[in-house]
Design a protein around this ligand. Sequence first.
Ligand code: NFS
Length: 671
Amino acid sequence: MAKKEARTPEETSKDRVSVALIERACAIEVETAFTRADAIAACNIGGAGLCCKNCAMGPCRLVGKTVRGVCGATLSTIAARNFARAVAAGASAHSDHGRGLAYTLLEAVEGHAPDYGVKDRFKLMEVAGYLGVPVTDEEGALRPEDEIARDVAIESLNEFGKIRGTLTYLKRAPIKRQKVWHETGIEPRSVDREVVELLHRTHIGNDQDAEHILDHTMRCALGDGWGGSMLATDLSDILFGTPAPVRADSNLGVLGENKVNIIVHGHEPTLSEMIVAASLDPEIIAYAKSKGADGIQLAGICCTANETLMRQGVPLAGNFLQQELAILTGAVEAMVVDIQCIFQGLVSVAERFHTEIITTSPKAKITGATHIEFEESRALEIAKEIVRRAIDHFPERGETIVPEDHSELVPGFSHEYIDYALGGFYRGSLRPLNDAIITGRIRGVVANIGCNNARICHDSLHQYVVEEFLKNDILVVETGCGAIASAKQGLMTPEAALQAAGPGLREVCETVGIPPVLHMGSCVDNSRILTVLAQMATEGGLGEDISDIPAVGMAPEWMSEKALSIATYCVASGAYVILGGSDGPVSGSEEALRIMSDGWEKKVGGRLEFIADGEEIVRRSIAHIDKKRAALGLPEYDPSKWGRSGDHRIPELLALPLEERIEAAYGVAGK
Ligand code: NFS
């Protein structure tokens, strides 16, 4: 069934650059996710979680008077099972990514992947400590780095299928949180086991109690957050370096008008790091010049973008819904993709241009794309081959429309760097952050993460909620495509605090020199946010558990199963989480909604809510933050107490003509 009216380009995106390219798509009749979303009406029954296709007696669609499937499964069982399966898929995606990195480290230290090695020794030692890998021998001498790294890789792999016990990283959570997990019986035993068990439980005729299914869903998701994802982050840092602030740029204006533009898209840093290295090779640059280009411009989309941005400063071309739009510039020679969040629609868009879509992962081919399979043993060689192919396409370019807009940003806020920024090298600590929250300069913290969704005006909810939180002195930390949205909106520079932040938050940002919105990485790097929350809880003054902290997590434009897994592990870790943009995937069952909100709050201290409207998301988030502040006995939020220190007059002065500005600032005539 087609919808009656298609949206105008302005109604489909808040991002000016995207609007211009959507207009181009309409003008030259190229189909994109935006037009397909208008043409395909979403299924209300499936969307509400009420279609069961777990066996061949169905699919059973529970509508009207039908309140049970053929097997007798109820609304709540079916909604819970569908949700659970989505979480299992999301947890698998993150965790398989983590496992891949553990194998890369193992291959590297065993000499089978010569282009990789340990880049961050400190992180290796830290992770060895977490995993119980000895860093010294029996005599107390430091073991060779390769041996430690090999044991770290093997211990990491063990977390995916260990036979006894529970995940080692659970001990990185506050003691009180570990107790909650133990007492509710949701400590994940191993990453893979919980995924497999969740699929087993949701098979026809198995677990048929919504609360029981959803308990195990939390267990499976925790295996992602405190297992697969946390390992993915740690192992990426060991192999490619722990992020620290860099200056970078964002949006499709980063593409070079006369450069060979290569976009890396997907999720894993393994290949994209090699593409970065290949694009810097003088021989390859000379080859690009021999074809008439000024050089090579790499840019990223989705979480591959975030990985290479955080470590190498590679610019962000855009977020999830910009993947087809990038090709519509006509200026992209190759889009190199690995896994996750890659539209099959890319191939048909690319057919209209000279762009080559190159798939590289053994796990993901796309019909019609070129497949150059990535092998770690020949990583750089393959990366160079790919870059050369891209260069060969440069002379085939037709008309290009490279947007002018781009926004600078300072990303790279790993939890290690936040510690360092606030406490220095020897006294790295989150104490100043806790103190700022305790005094009320910072009202609370919001983690704004997750995707874009073609059914929601692109970037609109990200923009709205973030701007509102900043005005209310709420520090925002971000990952994934939400982070890319804020980068494009110019909220990730230290200067942004002067314009966008409330008086208290502005003082903190000015003092420390940080942006009011901190880019913490890709979606597996939500584990960095868990680490920060755990440290805040143990630092003192904000309770003893993640559930005590005045903080909220949200994915206002979510669309992926990974987002459901993230939301669930954050709730199971004690957070209040909001998924925005719709009534959510279990809206057909009051019972399932109640279990995930009130039920989970009672059980684990966190709650999950689905709220379509941006204003309501902001209202409930602030109410939650204030409720947590009151429970901790912290002073009521009062912005009138702050804002007199630092450069508080800068926005006011900048609004004046130069002469008046000088006079106002220095008390002398401006000429
Ligand atoms: Ni996260 Fe990253 Fe973006 Fe959503 Fe996809 S890229 S892993 S799933 S769309 S934020």
